[in-house]
Ligand binder design. Structure first.
Ligand code: 5GP
Length: 194
């Protein structure tokens, strides 16, 4: 029997939450806590924020390059969010899954609903803020967006929260450690390690 055929494939996790909810921070803790988890790196046409590096947070590409990748069927899903494209590179995710890695897609609701439809065996998790007020406060405190962008993102957040019930699991990020533990328990359960 070849080595390839004895590796148990990883599970695909769809992981969403509105901008500013703290899902990136939770994600970093998940990766530290469980070596079987890896985050898929998306491609985007958005400009890098201070401190972001190409190939780490995202592959930062031009609109022309992104559209080329769409034409080549290179995405598992893609969506336009606040005037920029974001997409999940298909081959990188499939390779990781076949190596037994549990892959997290940190994507918006539009992309997530497409993945849930196209990959029904995936596990979907939505991170909620304790309240809309807390979300607005966190987004402002981050200080990385203009007022117009904040208003845009708050509007998107409201629409996104209305879709939380379409996910299999919701986790409230009130206390970071508790939220990380809650997501880890879901991962353990869904990968047969509970
Ligand atoms: P940000 O600009 O804050 O990094 O991301 C904006 C939104 O785009 C977030 O909700 C994030 O989860 C989502 N996003 C990031 N990568 C992808 C992707 O590959 N596909 C989709 N559909 N959304 C993504």
């Amino acid at each position: 029997m070849s080595e390839q055929s004895i590796i148990k494939p990883g599970r695909l996790f769809v992981y969403s939450g509105c901008s500013g909810v703290g899902k990136g921070t939770i994600m970093k803790e998940l990766i530290k806590a469980d070596s079987t988890i890896r985050l898929s790196i998306s491609a985007t046409t958005r400009l890098p924020r201070a401190g972001e590096t190409d190939g780490v947070e995202y592959f930062f590409v031009t609109k022309e390059k992104f559209e080329e990748m769409i034409a080549e069927n290179g995405f598992m899903e893609y969506a336009k969010y606040c005037n920029n494209y974001y997409g999940t590179p298909k081959k990188a995710v499939e390779d990781m899954l076949s190596q037994g890695i549990n892959v997290f897609l940190e994507i918006d609701v539009v992309g997530a609903l497409n993945i849930i439809r196209d990959y029904p065996q995936c596990v979907s998790i939505f991170i909620l803020p304790p309240s809309p007020e807390v979300l607005e406060h966190r987004l402002r405190k981050r200080g990385t967006e203009t007022e117009e962008q904040i208003q845009n993102r708050l509007g998107a957040a409201k629409r996104e929260m209305e879709n939380a019930e379409k996910y299999q699991y919701t986790v409230v990020n009130d206390d970071l450690d508790k939220a990380v533990q809650d997501v880890l328990q879901i991962v353990y359960k869904e990968t047969g390690r509970a």
